[in-house]
Design a protein. Sequence first.
Length: 109
Amino acid sequence: MIKLGAFEELVLLAVGSLGDQAYGVAIKDLLHEKGGKKPSIGALHSALYRLEDKGCLKSWEGGATTERGGRRKKYYLLTSYGKKILEEAHQLRIELGKNIEGLNLGYHE
């Protein structure tokens, strides 16, 4: 299993949540709306590039638009490997959380 930082994991979750509408600003807005995070666009793009290099994401460019000054949006999609990494991270949290007395994370044995 590859190592994911907490921010990288949140980015993967955001990309997966947005489906085929996952691009920089939409991901940033979702992280802010749902998690109160306000990453800089530079930090977000760095994480997206790392996750793509690790095989967790794939990207493609959309069409150029006049409202973006002729620039294209870069979209991201969670790969099957990215989903597997998220599942493994979730399972690890469940296993470790079971050992904490009095902690209710919503799962039962």
